[in-house]
Write a protein that binds this ligand. Structure first.
Ligand SMILES: Nc1ncnc2c1ncn2[C@@H]1O[C@H](COP(=O)(O)OP(=O)(O)OP(=O)(O)O)[C@@H](O)[C@H]1O
Ligand SMILES: [Mg+2]
Length: 442
């Protein structure tokens, strides 16, 4: 092994081989045996066996042939990455067909090797994929065993680090549905050790985040939006307010009439969010029910839109309208997490709300979370200026459901992305798909 080329720190990369041709498996195994940082932990001739053994063997890397009888490599990759998100799959094929490549990426493959295998390329690909996947795998292990391991080490420290930058927009077309309650609690619930979260109040007229968290700020969104073309990340950090829990917050305009300054350029907010997001793992955006060009530009950027609805007739009608709009904007269905707020127990007598299974059927969209109605708990938290989930009573509703929603989004968004595209290309692709598709003009 050439110096500095391996996993480092005497780490050993565990590898599983899957190919229906025994000679291919043997050849790769021999090549890997020359390098002390590789260890083959399993070798299988069918996709089905590989899927069955992956959980047990827990390899870091799976080298998978694409064409196999029984279960093909794409199907096997899809099942393995779902069952064992810590593993990174490298696909192997004789074809150089872009359609195969796309299918493999969609199934969760992280890179591609063309047969016949070139030895140096094999070594480099394994080491690169392993190194890129390591922080993600660490986060999964952390989530799996709840261990407060030193995540900081694995996600990077200090200046110049680039974070995941997932933008989560929380929105409801209905006023008073609980958008601010869910946004503040989601931001709080996503804060785990070593994870940086920013909450932005983009309800530019009557933003409540400051009230909910008992915060007052000297500087707000107005200061950033008016300087959008000239932002420097250090300057941005000085404008943020810090809640006692450590959560960073960017508050909205202090007076309703200042909202015009924020909305004057409808893409300014999105540009601020885009620039700031590289400094954070998650940026949660609280919004007003007013659907605007400004809001849609931020939604374009988002990894996830949490659509909040109450289980009432108007709640369901408005949610349906939004789901149809998102569909016209070509947002993938899984971009929207539908959350029902203020739900009642399905068995409650004298219930006044619509049961969630009926809502799910009507909207043809899965409900990601049901947050029970509990005015006392929610109001007590607001009066104390802390998120509901900061309470010690973790098993109590709606604290439990709010934390579960945060944990689910955390795990889903930090799922591995293929690193076949270099980061600049990914950014460019995101930008191209960004501003443009508009409400009404779609
Ligand atoms: N799960 C819940 N159970 C009981 N009350 C709730 C729940 N969620 C929110 N509320 C209450 O509903 C009211 C509106 O909540 P919130 O301000 O979060 O909604 P919003 O959609 O942001 O409203 P606005 O349109 O004014 O921005 C608040 O009084 C809040 O305490
Ligand atoms: Mg609100």
């Amino acid at each position: 092994m050439s110096p500095g080329s391996g996993a480092g720190n005497n780490e050993v990369i565990t590898i599983m081989l899957v190919d229906d041709i025994p000679e291919t498996r043997e050849n790769i195994k021999k090549l890997l045996a020359f390098e002390p940082d590789f260890k083959v932990v399993g070798s299988f001739g069918t996709g089905r066996e590989a899927v069955a053994q992956a959980q047990e063997l827990r390899p870091d890397i799976v080298i998978m042939d694409i064409n196999m009888p029984d279960m093909d490599g794409i199907q096997a990759t899809s099942e393995i990455t779902k069952a064992l998100p810590t593993a990174a799959v490298i696909m192997m094929s004789v074809q150089n067909d872009p359609d195969y490549l796309r299918k493999a990426m969609l199934a969760g493959a992280r890179n591609f090797l063309t047969k016949p295998i070139d030895t140096e390329e094999l070594y480099n690909t394994i080491r690169t994929v392993y190194a890129r996947n390591k922080p993600i795998a660490e986060q999964y292990r952390y989530l799996e065993d709840g261990r407060a391991s030193d995540l900081r080490k694995t996600i990077g420290t200090g200046a110049g680090e680039v974070r995941a930058g997932h933008v989560i927009v929380v929105y409801s077309p209905q006023g008073g549905a609980g958008t601010t309650t869910i946004a503040t609690n989601l931001a709080s619930g996503l804060m785990k050790k070593g994870i940086k979260v920013l909450l932005i109040d983009a309800d530019t007229q009557f933003g409540d985040v400051g009230v909910f968290l008992k915060l007052q700020a000297q500087s707000t969104l107005v200061d950033l939006v008016t300087k959008v073309d000239d932002l420097d990340l250090e300057f941005i950090e000085t404008i943020l307010t810090t809640h006692e829990s450590g959560l960073k917050v960017l508050l909205g305009p202090p007076r309703p009439e200042l909202s015009d300054e924020v909305e004057a350029d409808p893409t300014a907010l999105a540009r601020v969010v885009e620039q700031i997001s590289g400094n954070y793992d998650f940026v949660v955006v609280d919004t007003s029910s007013h659907l605007s060009e400004m809001l849609l530009s931020v939604m374009d950027l988002a990894s996830k839109i949490v659509l909040v609805a109450t289980p009432t007739l108007s709640g369901v009608k408005n949610a349906r309208f939004m789901l149809e709009l998102f569909d016209r904007l070509n947002y993938p269905a899984n971009k929207t997490a539908l959350v029902l707020n203020k739900t009642e127990d399905d068995r409650a007598r004298n219930r006044t709300t619509i049961p969630s299974d009926i809502i799910e059927k009507h909207l043809k969209h899965p409900i990601q979370a049901r947050i029970p109605s509990d005015e006392k708990t929610v109001l007590m938290a607001i009066n104390r200026g802390v998120p509901v989930i900061a309470s010690r009573d973790r098993n109590k509703s709606p604290i439990r459901e709010l934390q579960e929603l945060s944990d689910r989004l955390f795990a889903e968004l930090l799922q591995p992305q293929p690193d076949l595209l270099v980061p600049d290309e990914q950014k460019e692709a995101k930008r191209r798909s960004g501003f443009g598709l508009r409400f009404g003009r779609a």
